[in-house]
Design a protein around this ligand. Structure first.
Ligand code: GLN
Length: 309
């Protein structure tokens, strides 16, 4: 059964909203504290170009960890698989996204996967360009191309707020510098990473990006292959195994949709050959995932039979 009505989505959003009161907005990045805990919106972008939505879909969110999928794609395009997986591994960690413990205790010095902060920092390190500004411009241009939206940019306020308080991410960088995983200036890498995480868009843009991954890198609206098929598939695999942090296993069982979340409350989902989903719901559960967003995806998965399993 396809998802083809705003009314139906409105009903699901109202139902999922009941759960937002059990969550909290992220506060370790001070600028994210301003979000409204009760907001919940969704856009579903179909491969035929139709889009259905519910909630205030014009509200903007910053990508945060969702950006990790996009920089992984760009790094794979920039340097190839061998070079990327020289720096990061393939395995889920079972630890929180910002944990430092496996950098010390796992046998290899590499961060375990590209979706945890350490792994994402190592991937961003690989993005090519002459300067931080140039590399950021390349990341933004890549995202604009995928979303088909020329005015996408980043929030200076959110980027600065994270940069000023990124003590843990700084520690991850120094740890990796010690082990030779990264060799650039830590402040420069953090500047690039925090700006990448602060790239802003609305649910509609997010659903369009989800659609491009759903179509294995093809934008069906413009009939343009934006991401190579094998790169898009590889990214989607990480969305399944590590996309929802250390809740990815439970999410696979209960929802079964390749998805990536961010601490702003965003979730991007990709339903193979059918549609992309963009969700914004800033109330988070204890593992940092949008509580209303997960509930909504769980209901959508059941209602429209979306699980890949
Ligand atoms: N910018 C955030 C951080 O590094 C991204 C983390 C997330 O969304 N889980 O902490």
């Amino acid at each position: 059964m396809p998802c083809q009505s705003n009314e139906e989505l409105n009903r699901l959003v109202s139902e999922a909203k009941k759960h937002t009161k059990h969550g909290e907005v992220a506060d370790y990045i001070p600028a994210l504290k301003k979000a409204n805990r009760d907001d919940l919106s969704v856009a579903v972008y179909h491969s035929d170009g139709n889009c259905y939505s519910a909630g205030d879909i014009e509200q903007k969110l910053t990508l945060q960890s969702i950006s990790k999928v996009l920089t992984l794609a760009l790094a794979l395009i920039d340097c190839g698989e061998e070079c990327v997986f020289n720096k990061v591994g393939y395995e889920p960690t079972g630890d929180p996204f910002n944990s430092i413990i496996k950098l010390e205790t796992s046998r290899s010095a590499k961060p375990l996967n590209p979706m945890i902060n350490a792994g994402a920092l190592a991937v961003t390190h690989l993005i090519k360009g002459e300067s931080v500004a140039d590399r950021l411009e390349r990341i933004i241009a890549f995202i604009r191309d995928i979303a088909g939206h020329e005015s996408i940019t980043y929030s200076e306020e959110v980027a600065k707020s994270e940069f000023d308080t990124a003590y843990l991410n700084r520690s991850l960088c120094y740890y990796m510098k010690q082990d030779g995983i990264i060799n650039e200036n830590v402040e420069e890498l953090l500047e690039l990473y925090t700006k990448q995480c602060a790239i802003e868009m609305d649910c509609l843009d997010l659903s369009r990006i989800g659609l491009v991954f759903a179509m294995d890198g093809l934008d069906p609206v413009r009939e343009k292959q934006i991401i190579p098929v094998e790169v898009a598939r590889l990214c989607k695999t990480f969305m399944v195994t590590c996309g929802m942090y250390n809740a990815s296993g439970e999410f696979a069982v209960r929802v079964g949709i390749p998805a990536k979340s961010g601490v702003s409350g965003g979730i991007m989902g990709s339903i193979r050959n059918r549609y992309g989903i963009g969700i914004f719901g800033p109330a988070l559960d204890e593992r940092g995932n949008s509580i209303g967003g997960i509930k909504l995806l769980e209901m959508m998965s059941k209602q429209y039979e979306l699980s890949i399993f």
